[in-house]
Design a protein around this ligand. Structure first.
Ligand code: SF4
Ligand code: SF4
Length: 363
């Protein structure tokens, strides 16, 4: 295992880190993998990764990741608290709620976490999180009190990551990216303001869809090729740990496919939208273009029921607005010159052809 600096925190983290979603038990929707591991089994998988050099474990408050947080606390006690770095998070945006969440997490873990993130920050909650008395202020206070060591923002949105990168209260960021959805990673690489922050990357397998099409080693190496601190992989079996962290994976670097080569693999299955989710496009009418395009891709790659359900929310309105849009400012911003308004009609046709409830492969 190789290690990298976690921004300016002074911590050194394993290049590949352990995401705990797959070791949970509990009712959590849309899981990429679900193994229903009991405590003993979960601890054995985490320990296997530890033996391979993993020192960073990421979880979320109960019940966001089921009981994974409790299991991680027990694992920390097993291997020695100071031997691992615990990354935790909660989806609370106000200050007092976040403060209470960290107290509950400490109880669940039986120790204090090293990193604590405001989870899934989006545009709707951004001002509350960053504003006076918001979740970030609470994390700063908790840091001063020694309840956490470092504060973070976890989000799927580039603009929010960039805001976090410029905020002194933020030590670490957690964003998403992979071989297909590489646009945000490209922007992070180009932007020097990210340099002082630790950066963890999740969704490396695109909700479990990419390993059926590309070797796990290639998927991990691709994200490792960026100036990020650690690649977070959800792991639920020792075999998955070996595939992600085994000696062969760590010591050999693979040839990395270009975006066009990735598209050509997908073209064998469907007609992909050539969007890398860079998030440069903005729609003044509020359509979240990159998210709708992602649902289209994920539908064709196998997450059909989930993708359709999300797409059903507002695609007819979005497609109609695109048909009536005279200026189309989104297209000026797209470096890939995607005909966004036309692609939106393609997405709408998909939903019309397969309305939710009549999905060909409901799961
Ligand atoms: S074409 Fe117009 S309405 Fe459609 S996404 Fe672009 S800016 Fe929005
Ligand atoms: S449509 Fe273009 S600008 Fe928008 S996210 Fe995709 S690649 Fe980026």
């Amino acid at each position: 295992m190789y290690y990298r600096k976690l921004g300016d925190t002074g911590l050194s983290v394993s290049e590949i880190s352990f995401g705990t979603i797959p070791v949970l038990q509990g009712s959590v929707p849309v899981l990429p993998d679900y193994f229903n591991l009991d405590e003993q089994e979960a601890l054995a998988v985490m320990e296997h990764a530890y033996r391979l050099g993993c020192n960073l474990y990421d979880t979320a408050i109960v019940p966001e990741y089921g009981d994974a947080e409790i299991k991680l606390g027990k694992f920390a006690a097993l291997v020695g608290r100071d031997n691992i770095i615990i990354s935790d998070k909660a989806r609370f945006f106000g200050g007092s709620e976040m403060y209470q969440a960290v107290e509950i997490s400490c109880e669940n873990l039986g120790t204090t976490p090293d990193l604590y993130f405001v989870h899934q920050v989006d545009a709707e909650h951004e001002e509350e999180v960053f504003g006076r008395g918001g979740a970030l202020d609470a994390l700063a206070e908790l840091k001063a009190e020694g309840m956490i060591r470092y504060a973070g923002i976890a989000t799927h949105y580039y603009d929010i990551l960039l805001r976090g990168a410029q905020d002194d209260r933020v030590d670490v960021l957690q964003g998403s990216g992979n071989l297909l959805e590489r646009g945000m990673l490209d922007r992070v690489r180009e932007e020097t303001r990210f340099r002082s922050k630790g950066f963890l990357v999740n969704k490396v397998f695109a909700a479990g869809l990419l390993p059926a099409r590309f070797p796990v080693r290639t998927l991990i190496d691709f994200v490792r090729s960026y100036p990020v601190s650690s690649v977070l992989i959800g792991l639920g079996t020792k075999e998955q740990v070996d595939a992600a962290m085994g000696r062969d994976t760590i010591t050999h670097r693979t040839l990395l496919p270009t975006f066009e080569e990735v598209l050509s693999v997908l073209e064998k299955e469907y007609n992909p939208i050539p969007c890398d989710r860079c998030q440069r496009c903005a729609c003044p009418h509020g359509t979240e273009i990159h998210t709708l395009f992602r649902q289209y891709q994920y539908f064709h790659m196998g997450k059909d029921y989930w993708a359709l359900k999300k797409l059903g929310l507002g695609i007819a309105g979005s497609a109609k607005r695109c048909r009536e849009c005279a200026q189309m400012p989104c297209m000026d911003a797209c470096p890939r010159k995607i005909r966004i308004a036309q692609e939106m009609q393609k997405v709408e046709r998909l939903v019309r052809d397969y309305p939710v409830g009549k999905c060909p492969h409901p799961s």
